[in-house]
Design a protein around this ligand. Structure first.
Ligand SMILES: Nc1ncnc2c1ncn2[C@@H]1O[C@H](COP(=O)(O)OP(=O)(O)OP(=O)(O)O)[C@@H](O)[C@H]1O
Length: 251
C-alpha cells in the first residue's frame, strides 16, 4: 500500500463548551473515494475543515503527505447575482491553474459554458463549474462537500459518475460528504458514518451487510433506491456524549 495522502487520528473539536467531534479517524489514499455520511450537525463539515487545515483540532492530529495539493468544492457558492461574472472569469480568478483550462473544461463537460454568466447557471452546471475550479489545481486530493446539492436526481447520478471517472483517470484521492447514501454506495471505497464520533466505517458492501450497520441505519439503507435515513442504537446528549437506550428510558 502506498503512503496515505492524509491521516487523521483521534481528531476532536470543541466549540462553545461542546464536543462537536470526538476521536475521529480517517485515512485518505490516492485513487480511493471515502464518503462521510451522517445526520445534520454530525460534524461532517467540521471534519472536512480540519482536513483542509481551515481549523486546528483541539485533540488528535492530522498528517498530510508533503506537497499534498487539495482541490476543494464547497457546499455552497455565494455570488452576487448582479455581478456579471462569466464562467471563464470565475475559473481563472484563483491565479495560474496547474492544468490547462481546456482540459478541465472537457473533463467536466462544460466547454460550452465558458461565456455564460455564473448566476444564470442551473444547479448541475454550477456544481460542474465548482468541480472544474477544484480540478484546476491538479489536486492529489479532492474534497467535495455535498457536491450534488441543488441538482436533480438524473444530474446527481451523472455528477457521481463524473467524480468516479475523475478519480480513475487522475488517480486522486476523494473525500466526499453526502446525504445520498444510496447514490454513492456504488462508487465509494469506504463509508464513514459520523455522529460526533465515528459510529461505523468500512467497505460499503461489507458495511451494508453488517448487522451493526443495519441497526444503525435501518433496513431502508440496504436497497440502493431507498432514501437515506439514520437510526441509532444509541442517542447523544446535548454535549454529544453517547447515551445508551436503557439510560434514556430510566432518565
Ligand atoms: N464555530 C462553531 N461554534 C459553535 N458551534 C459550531 C461551530 N461550528 C460548528 N458548530 C456546531 O457543530 C455541529 C456540527 O456542525 P457541522 O457543520 O460540522 O455538521 P454537519 O455534519 O456538516 O451538518 P450538515 O449536514 O447540517 O451540514 C453543529 O451542531 C454546529 O452547529
Amino acid at each position: 500500500m502506498s503512503e496515505p495522502l492524509l491521516t487523521a487520528r483521534q481528531v476532536g473539536v470543541r466549540r462553545g463548551g461542546r464536543e462537536i467531534l470526538q476521536g475521529a479517524d480517517l485515512t485518505l489514499e490516492a485513487g480511493k473515494i471515502v464518503t462521510l455520511i451522517g445526520p445534520n450537525g454530525a460534524g461532517k463539515t467540521t471534519l472536512v475543515r480540519c482536513v483542509l487545515g481551515l481549523i486546528q483540532p483541539d485533540e488528535g492530529l492530522i498528517e498530510r503527505r508533503p506537497g499534498l495539493r487539495i482541490g476543494y468544492m464547497p457546499q455552497k457558492l455565494h455570488i452576487d447575482p448582479s455581478l456579471p461574472l462569466t464562467v471563464k472569469r470565475f475559473l481563472t480568478l484563483g491565479g495560474t491553474p496547474r492544468l490547462p483550462l481546456d482540459e478541465v473544461l472537457a473533463l467536466t463537460g462544460i466547454e460550452s459554458l465558458t461565456g455564460a454568466t455564473m448566476s444564470n447557471l442551473s444547479g448541475g452546471e454550477t456544481q460542474r463549474v465548482l468541480l472544474a475550479r477544484a480540478l484546476l489545481r491538479d489536486p492529489n486530493l479532492l474534497v467535495l462537500d455535498e457536491p450534488v446539492q441543488g441538482v436533480d436526481v438524473t444530474g446527481q447520478e451523472a455528477l457521481y459518475r463524473l467524480i468516479n471517472d475523475i478519480r480513475r483517470q487522475r488517480q486522486c484521492g476523494v473525500l466526499l460528504v453526502s446525504h445520498d447514501l444510496h447514490l454513492v454506495m456504488a462508487t465509494t471505497d469506504t463509508v464513514i458514518c459520523l455522529n460526533q464520533h465515528v459510529c461505523c466505517h468500512g467497505h460499503p458492501e461489507h458495511v451494508t451487510n453488517d448487522p451493526a450497520y443495519i441497526a444503525l441505519f435501518g433496513e431502508s439503507a440496504k436497497p440502493l433506491v431507498a432514501p437515506y435515513t439514520h437510526h441509532h442504537d444509541h442517542t447523544h446528549d446535548d454535549h454529544g456524549n453517547i447515551v445508551e437506550k436503557d439510560q434514556h428510558r430510566h432518565a
